[in-house]
Design a protein around this ligand. Structure first.
Ligand SMILES: Nc1ncnc2c1ncn2[C@@H]1O[C@H](COP(=O)(O)OP(=O)(O)OP(=O)(O)O)[C@@H](O)[C@H]1O
Ligand SMILES: [Mg+2]
Length: 199
């Protein structure tokens, strides 16, 4: 397979269950390693990254959004966002403002003090989105981010990912959701390794 996703672009990975969408995302996110081939990010083959480059790539470039939200369950909304707020964002007070703004954008304003495990699935995914907004990654990998959500929450997730891509982020989404696919700029079918559509 061969494909490119540019800054400002949103790419849908589609294909039947077991075709390898999650595996591919995991390779892009350096959670798994392909047995052959190269994956270039800004010209560098990321599959050859050592420990340090891998850590820096994850910290500085990558944002992940999972179907099961992947939040720290037993702490608050605010604490989940704190871990993604970069040190360069300065003092704690300033970070607080950045976090508050991100929560506002996902319809969770003022919910910093609530514990994750009391939130609904849709609310948890919106916290995960706010965490991405705070992190400002250049590359977002999303594995069925709307897979467990109702239409209203799915729309929020896609709207925010769209906004992030329009702000210059590259977004790759593995999905079975036709609404998500339609909002993407291009669709890559993992099974037969061909670009089936773009706009
Ligand atoms: N390192 C590996 N070596 C061999 N096979 C693997 C490896 N990693 C995953 N697989 C297999 O590859 C297949 C693809 O799985 P994957 O989870 O990527 O599919 P998917 O397209 O995300 O499916 P779904 O739509 O159900 O999420 C599975 O059968 C899995 O067991
Ligand atoms: Mg999968």
């Amino acid at each position: 397979m061969s494909f490119t996703v540019n800054q400002g672009e949103m790419l849908a990975l589609v294909g039947p269950s077991g075709s390898g969408k999650s595996t591919l995302l995991n390779c892009l996110g350096l959670l798994d390693k392909p047995s052959a081939g190269v994956i270039r990010y800004e010209g560098k083959d990321i599959t050859r990254f050592g420990k340090r480059e891998t850590r820096e790539f994850r910290r500085d470039t990558l944002g992940y959004l999972f179907q099961n939200y992947a939040l720290i369950d037993n702490v608050t909304v605010g604490e989940n966002l704190e871990v993604s707020a970069r040190p360069r964002r300065g003092a704690k007070g300033q970070r607080g403002a950045v976090i508050a703004e991100a929560l506002g954008r996902v319809g969770m304003a003022g919910r910093e003090k609530e514990l994750i495990h009391y939130l609904s699935g849709g609310e948890q995914q919106r916290v995960a989105l706010a965490r991405l907004i705070v992190k400002q990654p250049a590359l977002v990998l999303a594995d069925e981010p709307t897979g467990a959500l109702d239409d209203a929450n799915s729309a929020i997730v896609i709207d925010i990912l769209r906004e992030m891509s329009e702000a210059g982020c590259a977004v790759v989404i593995a999905t079975h959701d036709a609404d998500v696919r339609e909002r993407c700029d291009a669709v890559y079918a993992v099974r037969d390794s061909s670009l089936v559509g773009s706009s």
